[in-house]
Design a protein around this ligand. Sequence first.
Ligand SMILES: Nc1ncnc2c1ncn2[C@@H]1O[C@H](COP(=O)(O)OP(=O)(O)O)[C@@H](O)[C@H]1O
Ligand SMILES: [Mg+2]
Length: 279
Amino acid sequence: MTVRGVNIDIKDLSHRYTAKSPVTFEKINVQAEPGEALAIIGRSGCGKSTLLHIVAGIVQPTAGAVKLDDTIVTAPSPRWVMMFQAPHLFPWMRVAQNVGIGLRFAGWSEAKTRERVDEVLDLVDLQNYASNNVQDLSGGQQQRVALARSLVMEPELLLLDEPFSALDAFTRASLQRDVRSIAKRLGINLIIVTHDIDEAILMADRALIMAGSPGKIMHEMDVDLDDPRDRQDPSVQSMHTRLMTAFEDAQGKKSDTSNREQPQRSVRTNANRSVSPIA
Ligand SMILES: Nc1ncnc2c1ncn2[C@@H]1O[C@H](COP(=O)(O)OP(=O)(O)O)[C@@H](O)[C@H]1O
Ligand SMILES: [Mg+2]
């Protein structure tokens, strides 16, 4: 597989669903370099899913733009794919067919599809399940099939909207670890939307805290921890405390956004990353 990441440039992005509805968020600016994993943390209703849907090309912004390298996102594409909480598999198809369907639609031969599907099933640790019925798989395994189906198209950017919240704690932890390590191995970008601070710490290189009404990015923090990360690690726990403090601070800022346009940049140690202020 020849996969690579992408430069992400979300510029002055604003959204409101209808002229009568409140502004969902206003002037969101986010930049990321190829291969970077971002987490967006925020309370339910602050506009995280809306933001992700715009990045995925499913929803059009009211103002501003999402640029991936030189492409302005206006529609869905196999280059930027979204994983949802429900895996949305075809129950009458076997695992390999579910994973390969996009390639078959794209005109790939059966043999080439099979080869790529095997490669991707290996990546998500389902190498022995190719001919299983998807209905016989556990929830976690079904999410792995959905992940494989996304990866088979060689995306540059994988978007995850609280994708593991329906899973038990152990299954969730293994998927959090594996999705991060797969993305790192392939060099693709991740944007994970979550209300779970630990999920952000386990999966991201950088966490953005979104809050307010209309929503804004209030804080950002580098998550510069070694891999693999474990919830029990003291470094993970101290990062949790710092992010929680920033999170609570962001909630407190809600009524005070007018004079707090510039978020705090709490830590930034990766000197060669493109650093652009988020305002
Ligand atoms: N299709 C829609 N039409 C109108 N309003 C919507 C729609 N989807 C979401 N909203 C509203 O936009 C706001 C942000 O929602 P959402 O992006 O789902 O937040 P989050 O994912 O952070 O919980 C909420 O007030 C929600 O009710
Ligand atoms: Mg949501």
